[in-house]
Design a protein around this ligand. Structure first.
Ligand SMILES: [Fe+2]
Ligand SMILES: [Fe+2]
Length: 356
């Protein structure tokens, strides 16, 4: 199994028989036979598979996020469908548009400062995902999210899915403004001051992105169910298929991130003074836990409150507002993070025994 790849290889796509067109925008990826094939995966997926195989051979675990920690999308499919049935489209349009904008922000991952990764660890990093982060993996990720040159990416694909499902809805004019006015997240506190800031930031950033990518799984299932529902969406098949293509592309993101972080867990970080050593598992597990608490516990609670207010404001304009509002609330299954503030999170590892 080959463990070294060039940047060009990690950015190379398959030879497609047909391109993917979203609305009237040429997008990345394409079709071979009847199947959609994700962009830049000709070598990238086999490479990730080879690095994961190496972890397996070495008996090392792969970092994972138990699904019990993943908050369900709000509003739920049932609630969102009910709103559409009542002709209240704006909150759903807003939600899908925000997803597309956030996907576009994914391009910023290429600005992530990378330390000298060979000097970051006591052990060698040759033949790992770690060593290829700056050699194509991060760039491929950025291109997938925001598009590249003349090809659209997830941003454009989400816009197309929204427009197919909701028949080109009118966009609320204040989407960007409200996003910009949204609360600022507090600065992350340093957990390992003995490490160079660039090193700790890298691990915190990669764990954060990995958690967000896994949490997004639920958004995809929600969007496929809703936009694929012929009772509330017009071009439901095409809309759901577009979401499925994006979902398929995300697999490469989750897999390279968990591979690189698992490799880091198995190594030893070198401190800023060049002599202090910190075990990789200590660093990765701690930053993973801190990130997880914020992303799947604090943040969804705040988002849910804000969205709930926005939806009720949209309902208020309607005749029979109180009937609609109470029906909407009846459909809320609710969710709380399954662990208390001071409870230890379960070991977030899976033995890398069988390929997924
Ligand atoms: Fe994406
Ligand atoms: Fe992604």
């Amino acid at each position: 199994m080959r463990l070294e790849y060039t940047r060009d290889e990690l950015l190379t796509s398959h030879a497609y028989e047909e391109p993917l067109i979203a609305g009237d925008v040429l997008c990345h990826g394409g079709f071979i036979g009847s199947g959609y094939v994700s962009p830049r995966t000709l070598h990238r997926l086999p490479a990730i598979g080879a690095w994961q195989d190496r972890l397996r051979r070495e008996g090392l675990p792969l970092l994972n996020l138990p699904t019990e920690y993943v908050p369900p999308h709000y509003p739920s499919y049932e609630q969102a469908k009910y709103l559409l049935q009542e002709g209240i489209t704006d909150p759903i349009t807003r939600s899908l548009t925000i997803i597309s904008i956030v996907e576009g922000f994914g391009a910023r991952i290429r600005d992530l400062p990378l330390p000298d990764l060979h000097a970051t660890f006591v052990e060698d990093v040759g033949g790992t995902a770690i060593a290829h982060l700056g050699g194509g993996l991060v760039e491929a990720h950025a291109r997938d999210e925001a598009g590249h040159r003349r090809e659209g990416g997830h941003k454009q694909m989400w816009e197309a899915a929204r427009d197919l499902g909701l028949s080109k809805p009118e966009l609320p004019g204040d989407i960007l403004l409200r996003m910009m006015m949204g609360r600022r997240r507090p600065e992350r506190r340093r957990e390992f001051p003995e490490l160079p800031a660039v090193t700790e930031n890298l691990v915190a950033f990669l764990t954060g992105v990995m958690i967000i990518e896994i949490v997004a799984e639920d958004v995809f299932e929600w969007a496929k169910a809703l936009l694929g529902d012929p009772e509330v969406c017009r071009q439901n098949r095409a809309a759901a298929a577009m979401v499925a293509h994006i979902q398929q592309d995300e697999k490469a993101h989750v897999e390279y991130l968990r591979t690189a972080l698992s490799e880091m867990r198995a190594r030893t970080f070198v401190g800023a003074d060049g002599t202090t050593h910190v075990p990789g598992a200590t660093v990765v597990d701690r930053l993973f836990e801190v990130g997880l608490r914020g992303i799947v516990s604090t943040r969804p609670r705040e988002d849910r409150e804000r969205l709930r207010e926005e939806i009720h404001a949209a309902i208020e304009d309607r005749a029979e507002a109180s009937r609609i509002a109470s029906r909407f609330e009846e459909l809320d299954a609710g969710w709380t993070f399954p662990k208390g503030e001071d409870e230890k999170l379960d070991l977030l590892l899976e033995t890398a025994a069988a390929p997924r």
